[in-house]
Write a protein that binds this ligand. Sequence first.
Ligand code: ATP
Ligand code: MG
Length: 250
Amino acid sequence: MTDESSSGAPLVELTDVAVHFGGVRAVDGVTLTMREGLIYGLLGANGSGKSTLLGAVTRLNRLTRGSLCFDGADFTKLPAHRVAHLGVARTFQTVRLIDDRSVRDNVSLGVDTLDRSRRKEFAARVDEVMERVGIAESARLRPTELSYGMQRRVEIARAIVGRPRLLLLDEPTAGMNTDERDEIGELLRSLKSEGFTQLLVEHDVQMMVDVCDHLFAMNLGELIADGAPESVIADRAVRESYLGRQANDA
Ligand SMILES: Nc1ncnc2c1ncn2[C@@H]1O[C@H](COP(=O)(O)OP(=O)(O)OP(=O)(O)O)[C@@H](O)[C@H]1O
Ligand SMILES: [Mg+2]
């Protein structure tokens, strides 16, 4: 884990961000900062607003209020495709791959989201990235011929092929067994060592503590904790709103 005092400059700053769907306050007044080079984790019960918050940052979800800053510049009004050009990429909570194209073609789609001037450079990196995430041998297969865990790796490859500065991962290990989870955890740590700043949404608290440098916790659209992993999971409001519920469910 990285001591935050030694980490980089603020990369992303959210100020009073809200996303309401009619009367549903999915995200309601979130202010937070993410610094370059760290892995951040976002915890919260089902429906607490985690995926919506990722959608706010990528501009897929319209902001009801608040502002977004990337590398010191306001991007609150940028459309989603321009946010991708800034260097923000995400994976989705459910696998979203094109089934009638090869694994390699699916990874290449990540290049298409880039600014035109950068596409050629990154198209040359597709094979290297597939190697990097452990899917090179499946390059010619269809996504449906892969295990679920491998399909999730294809999504990570598609997200990182353009070397985003911020990688948003929405439950990348959902449905995986413990070994597969550990492998993804290791992959994310190694991406960190290559300089990828990450925001990881996960329900597995142990994985969050093992992988993340800093945690955020949400409840009912609001940020209820923001700090070092051990202090966030020990936080009373977090335990009551989330961890207690998990223990009861078990
Ligand atoms: N497009 C939408 N239209 C209306 N309501 C929505 C929409 N997207 C999300 N919501 C609602 O916003 C709230 C937050 O949902 P969100 O998916 O962000 O939660 P989450 O923390 O990601 O949950 P989970 O852990 O189950 O993935 C929920 O009440 C959800 O029903
Ligand atoms: Mg979600």
